[in-house]
Design a protein around this ligand. Structure first.
Ligand SMILES: Cc1cc2nc3c(=O)[nH]c(=O)nc-3n(C[C@H](O)[C@H](O)[C@H](O)COP(=O)(O)OP(=O)(O)OC[C@H]3O[C@@H](n4cnc5c(N)ncnc54)[C@H](O)[C@@H]3O)c2cc1C
Length: 407
């Protein structure tokens, strides 16, 4: 079995007293089974529950202990593929729609939290995207102008302004409003609390082994020899579902390393404690946590093996720490407290896989691959809810499994 998350993941380590769900021990019937209890499955179950769709969510381990526990959870509408590059890949209309949908997904998270009256350490945050190389200043300017033209709330920062506001110097940067941060572990538990009030049933330690078409239903077979008879399945089980997509998709796996420092007393040189990302390595990023730590993530490798990731955690955490010390020379006592690694999948066109399977009737996929996976999980949960209810969603084609940009 491929283990995709190793080390001392922060979110589940700091959470205490959260609910545990039972293991399935008898046969059941329902309309929809959601496979996977990470943030994607929890969001999907939540949206289905709002329409009173009779749903069962199955998680083979514990809720939110997969990639979701490894995610630093920066909520940014700007994906790693800059808008001008995404326009080259997908065309202007689609690329802008993707950025707008990602922006809306942050509002949607805020609205869900308002509706369920829980906080989950959500905060609105600004973000700075730093240009690492003065030769690329023109590209940064083009990117800024595009975002401005399409009404993203952005400012252009020149070197002097960056030096005035932060303890580091970069040639220029794009400062964006309306991004966010969240505790993804608490959020999953909050979503399921909300869903179970509307009759969603949730089972942990229950693995889907396979499924078959049985009379007018689908029969799901679990590791503990129970069956669930349902009308539709939503696969929200991340890489495991990828086996079913072999002939439709290519996903490149990347491992990325993370570190949460010990709690800090000062944040000197960190303007507004904003989210920070660098153009040279967009997989290096920084955010604050609710308990006053810096959570930083970076030094990604192509995935080699679970063992390789695990033995490199300490070395990579040291690299992250050195980088933080360079960026923030006036923050005292930067020390690692939690260090871990996680693996995510990258698709050829930077988009997730959302929608119906071309070959398996009544099977839907919500696979929020890529480093903005959480925004994609929100978008996917809404599209799938619409496909299940109305067989239609205006954005479904952008992310469908047989879209042109994958060919
Ligand atoms: C290190 C790292 C950094 C990231 N940073 C960010 C970020 O800053 N911002 C952002 O938006 N995104 C980020 N992402 C991406 C984002 O975290 C993921 O896209 C998201 O967490 C995926 O959630 P998920 O629910 O799809 O997958 P998971 O959390 O992996 O959940 C899938 C679940 O399915 C279960 N499962 C698998 N097979 C079965 C089965 N047969 N039966 C039952 N259950 C099964 C698994 O046990 C697992 O719990 C990052 C990812 C990583 C790894």
């Amino acid at each position: 079995m491929m283990i995709l998350t190793s080390g001392n993941t922060y979110w589940n380590s700091i959470s205490k007293g959260y609910k545990r769900y039972p293991t399935l021990n008898c046969n059941q019937e329902c309309d929809v089974v959601v496979i996977g209890g990470g943030i994607t499955g929890c969001l999907t179950a939540y949206y289905l529950s709002q329409y009173n769709i009779n749903t069962i969510l199955l998680e083979k381990n514990l809720i939110a202990n997969g990639s979701t526990a490894a995610s630093p959870c920066l909520l940014e509408y700007a994906i790693n593929t800059e808008l001008h590059n995404l326009i080259n890949l997908l065309g202007k209309e689609t690329a802008i729609r993707v950025y707008k949908l990602c922006q809306k997904s942050i509002d949607d998270i805020e609205n869900i939290l308002y509706n369920i009256r829980l906080h989950c350490d959500f905060q609105r945050k600004d973000s700075i995207y730093l240009c690492s190389d003065s030769n690329n200043e023109n590209i940064m300017k083009t990117e800024f102008e595009l975002r401005k033209e399409f009404n993203f709330n952005v400012e252009y920062m020149v070197k002097k302004e960056i030096e005035n506001k932060f303890s580091f110097s970069f040639p220029c940067g794009i400062y964006s409003k309306n991004c966010g941060i969240l505790d993804p572990f608490k959020f999953c538990h909050a979503l399921l609390k909300g869903s179970s009030k509307k009759n969603t049933k949730i089972y942990e330690n229950t693995s889907v082994v396979n499924f078959d078409y049985y009379s007018n239903n689908i029969r799901i077979n679990t590791n503990n020899d129970c069956h669930i008879y349902c009308k539709k399945i939503v696969f929200a089980n991340n890489f495991t579902a990828h086996n079913l997509l072999k002939d439709t998709s290519v996903v490149k796996l990347k491992t990325i390393y993370s570190m949460a420092t010990e709690p800090l007393t000062t944040y000197n040189g960190w303007y507004e404690k904003c989210l920070i990302r660098e153009s040279y390595d967009p997989n290096f990023y920084i955010r604050p946590t609710g308990d006053n730590r810096i959570l930083a993530c970076g030094f990604a490798d192509d995935f080699k093996s679970s063992n390789y990731c695990a033995i490199n955690i300490e070395r990579k955490a040291f690299n992250i720490l050195e980088k933080l010390k360079n960026l923030f020379p006036y923050i005292d006592n930067l020390k690692p407290d939690y260090c871990w690694c996680g693996t995510f999948g990258e698709t050829k066109d930077s988009l997730p896989f959302i929608g119906k399977h071309p070959k398996f009737p009544h099977c839907y996929f919500n696979l929020g691959f890529n480093e903005n996976g959480i925004c994609y999980s929100v978008i996917g949960a809404q599209i799938i809810k619409d496909l299940i209810l109305y067989n239609n969603n205006p954005d479904a084609n952008i992310f469908s499994l047989d879209r042109k940009s994958l060919k």
